[in-house]
Design a binder for this molecule. Sequence first.
Ligand code: C5P
Length: 410
Amino acid sequence: MLEAGGISPLAGRRIVLGVSAGIAAYKAVEICRRMVDAGAFVSPVLTEDALRFVGAVTFSALASEPARTSLHEGGETIPHTRLGQRADLIVIAPATANILAKQAAGIADDLLTATLLATRAPVLVAPAMHTEMWEHPSVQENLATLRRRGVFVCEPESGRLAGGDEGEGRLADPSRIIAAAEEILSRGRDLSGLRIVVTAGGTREAIDPVRFIGNRSSGKMGHAIAQVASTRGAAVTLITTSSIPVGAGIEVVSVTTAEEMRLAVDERFSDASVVVMAAAVADFRPKVVASEKIKKHSGAPEIILEPTPDILSGLGQRKTHQILVGFAAETENLEEYARAKMEAKRVDIMVANDVSDPEAGFEVPTNRAILLDSMGSHTRTPLMSKMSLAEVILDRVAVRLGRANNRESQ
Ligand code: C5P
């Protein structure tokens, strides 16, 4: 996918092309050539075993600098930090089950894995392996971990595999990998310079020292928004009740109750450009919290509830320049209720989702939503991963901040 005028988003960008040891390693030669043709500065890094499939000389001849394999060659003392810090993008193609496992575990035992730890650049992996390996739960769990941390995955295709086998696990066609790299780089760091506060998870309101009133929110949607915003260059504070790990560079503030969340958000509001209230804040809490565990033999307790502070409404009243994003989890009259909330709470963008849909809403990794904008626009998304929906929501935020045409990296 080329930008208008025919210049590829790869032009002038530094790309580390990681090649691990799969039969598809020969296709990385083509990927390298296409990247260089598009004007990228390509540094190939091969694993030791990849050299059994392809020669370093081939990559050295095509790329912008000699291919490397080891942390200890070429007289450079810390090549991984140079490669990692300067990269605009790291692409691993093919990515074997082994490299994905090392990446997920943070193992750094060769130049490629050390470079992966020494970078803040986006990372795109293109897995390739036999179907049995691709479908193995450990591979899929490692990929889920990597996705959660913001790693982009170019899914393999179905087709001929090594040894004459057929099935899913064949490296994505080089044109798809190049298109994915272009997509990532064209999105770039369009949110850099912005402070974004994201809330996530369900709050817990104590009844006594062991019991609470809670809800089914897992925090996945909010954590995905925090991760994507950080990858796109924003300084992100994530105020959360969930312990799902997020990437380095995100400030995490752990809270439990609606009141703690309100205090944490309020403290950061004046410095924020955007607040995304993805948290499912309890609407009511027990008026009195028992100081000792309520005993069963005392009979069923009567718990009197009182409303919690509505954090978003409070922000809507106080906002000066901030863009406010709210969520409306509904089970009926989705759009109507969401629009009413958007107006009542003075929210700029409302993300409405039907939580009675088993593929959307609470706990699941996927979502589909209607995005309402107070300026009048209205978008209905198909079913997608929460990471992808995070991209769509932040695209709309970028439009509201006048950054939509500013997607090339600054
Ligand atoms: O009114 P409702 O709870 O459905 O509104 C949902 C939106 O308002 C979400 O963005 C949620 O984070 C926010 N909210 C809040 N404080 C509350 C309740 C909801 O900020 N007490």
